[in-house]
Design a protein around this ligand. Structure first.
Ligand code: ATP
Length: 218
């Protein structure tokens, strides 16, 4: 894997965790914060840590911010600083911008500015936790959009012994099975005659509403 260069603006809990994980994965990270003590605290971990105000485009230019593979705006509470920083980064032509939204409206503004990826960590984590809490079968899930996703779940009892064709998943729920895991083996794009066994793990794609119905099946 090519070593990448990231800049993280805002060393709060989110920014710090992100920096630590990127460095652990072997990438280079520039950390920026207005707060000198936060810069000091991350200095030993980040590749470079700088005390600066990210709303100042001269500072960003001096740091050669457009040379980074991606810049993450992890400023939370100060929504104005987050928006102005994101706007400046877009104006400067940063390759990939990611910003953390504090609430729905903040997220909408960031998207309008053209931020490539807007994350809502608290909201998304709560949704993830809720799904895991009410279900004993969801193992993993990826939201592809607001309405579609890929879920990995334990086979509901009603599907055991059926093949894909008579499972009814595609005609009734609009769900396609991408893969079936049996123990350590995985069958990718299983054929229609593939029989689903007890303890199989299904990797499925479809509308979120249908995936929820599948998850509620006994
Ligand atoms: P978290 O949940 O990640 O802790 P938070 O809402 O607590 O998020 P904040 O503490 O508001 O996040 O912001 C993260 C950091 O962003 C703070 O350390 C703050 O000093 C820094 N920050 C705020 N404005 C700027 C700015 N204009 N330039 C650089 N850093 C900034």
């Amino acid at each position: 894997m090519r070593k990448k260069q990231y800049a993280v603006i805002g060393i709060g809990r989110f920014g710090e965790s992100l920096i630590r994980e990127l460095v652990r994965m072997g990438h280079e990270v520039l950390a920026i914060d207005t707060d000198e003590s936060r810069v000091q605290d991350i200095a030993d971990i980040a590749t470079q840590a700088v005390q600066a105000d990210s709303m100042d485009d001269k500072v960003l230019r001096a740091l050669d911010i457009t040379s980074f593979d991606a810049v993450i705006v992890a400023i939370g509470e100060d929504i104005e600083a987050s928006i102005l920083t994101s706007l400046t980064l877009k104006d400067m032509g940063v390759r990939k911008t990611i910003a953390k939204a504090q609430n729905h409206m903040h997220g909408k503004v960031l998207a309008k500015i053209g931020v490539d990826i807007v994350v809502h960590p608290e909201r998304d984590m709560a949704i993830r936790l809720a799904r895991t809490l009410v279900s004993n079968s969801i193992i993993e899930h990826i939201d592809l959009s607001a309405d579609y996703g890929i879920w990995e779940l334990v086979t509901p009892r009603t599907l055991v012994g059926k093949n894909l064709q008579n499972s009814g998943l595609r005609p009734k729920l609009g769900i396609n099975i991408l893969a079936i895991k049996t123990g350590d083996s995985i069958e990718v794009s299983p054929p229609p005659e593939h029989v689903i066994n007890k303890d199989d793990i299904l990797v499925v794609i479809g509308p979120t509403r249908s995936l929820e119905k599948l998850n509620e099946m006994d």
